[in-house]
Ligand binder design. Structure first.
Ligand SMILES: [Zn+2]
Length: 330
């Protein structure tokens, strides 16, 4: 999928860089089968709850927007203001079942855009890119596949459509259960890939942390087979293996810090804080169901940013800034 891959690292003495990537999309039931009628973007009226925090810390987040957000004024109005003020970047996020033309059979596996025939994946992404250009005044250069479904044709399509950054790799996600990708063997480090026009991959920050990390995959697989005995939880309590993501959705500040310290100690210098836009309004995602959870959700942004900038000595960055930095680094 990622041909002519070439790993790239920032020098060990570089301060760690923090990016924020927001999957900016309609409110829908993540566990239900795809339904094109579920395309409301009411949460976007409240996206300022997150943007205000980024402004406070001088972070320029990258909103990867899908078709419902990019095409409806109530979806893009505030983001366009942030973009015009230089406070954010806008990328593309392809949810095929709500992105015209919807001519494929609606199924779980077709929610991963990389599973579609090349011509349809291309047509949908072209529509999305053009809609973003029309309503934001500039074409996106960063892409994140819906459900992280990067496929065998995605690289060529991105090159042809002018994308230069991909954000789809999400270790240690394993979505093979319903036809999705397996990112368990990917690390948190960026890499170049593609043919003539090189694309920078900036993965989500996630991984197996703990003293047995080298054995994490086999240990975790054995543990999952004994799930009835809560084996994954026991491994985590022993500090042996913990499967963590740098996200306020489902992970605590202590876990964000543990994962970051672990990866930083192993030389990782690029970190991505990611979440989904509907989480800024209670009731949309399983992570934020009431006002108390929303308060804790937003507080965890500040707790993590305070740690990253004050304790770890990190700096704020963005996918576009990172690409420039990596080009200079070679
Ligand atoms: Zn999404």
């Amino acid at each position: 999928m990622f041909d002519q891959r070439e790993d790239i690292r920032l020098p060990a003495e570089s301060p760690p860089q923090l990016m924020v990537v927001i999957d900016t999309e309609e409110e829908f039931d993540w566990n239900a089968d795809p339904d094109p009628r579920e395309n409301a973007v009411n949460a976007m009226a409240h996206i300022g709850r997150a943007q205000d925090i980024f402004n406070e810390y001088g972070i320029r987040p990258c909103y990867v927007v899908d078709y419902p957000v990019a095409s409806k004024p109530e979806g893009y109005r505030l983001l366009k203001q942030y973009l015009d003020a230089g406070q954010c970047e806008i990328g593309a996020h392809l949810h095929p079942w709500v992105n015209p033309p919807v001519s494929e059979p609606l199924s779980r596996s077709n929610m991963y855009p990389g599973n579609l025939p090349e011509s349809l994946e291309r047509e949908k992404l072209t529509n999305l890119r053009d809609t973003i250009e029309q309503n934001f005044g500039q074409a996106p250069i960063a892409y994140k596949a819906g459900r992280y479904g990067f496929g065998p044709n995605t690289s060529r399509i991105l090159e042809d459509l002018g994308f230069t950054i991909d954000l789809s790799v999400c270790p240690p996600l394993d979505a093979r259960g319903d036809g999705g990708p397996d990112y368990r063997r990917f690390g948190a480090e960026p890499f170049w890939f593609g043919g003539d026009r090189r694309i920078l991959e900036i993965p989500c920050t996630g991984g197996f942390a703990g003293w047995a990390h080298g054995m994490a995959l086999p240990l975790f697989e054995i543990a999952m087979r004994f799930k009835a005995f809560k084996a994954p939880g026991i491994l985590a309590r022993l500090g042996a293996v913990d499967r963590l993501m740098l996200s306020p959705e489902g992970f605590t500040p202590a876990e964000h810090i543990k994962l970051t310290r672990f990866l930083h100690g192993r030389g990782v210098r690029t970190f991505t804080w990611s979440f989904h836009s509907p989480s800024v309004v209670p009731g949309n995602t399983s992570y934020v169901q009431d006002e108390g959870e929303l308060e804790r959700f937003l507080a965890s942004f500040r707790q993590y940013f305070d740690f990253f900038f004050d304790e770890l000595g990190g700096q704020a960055s963005s996918p576009a800034q990172m690409r420039t930095l990596m080009e200079t680094a070679g």
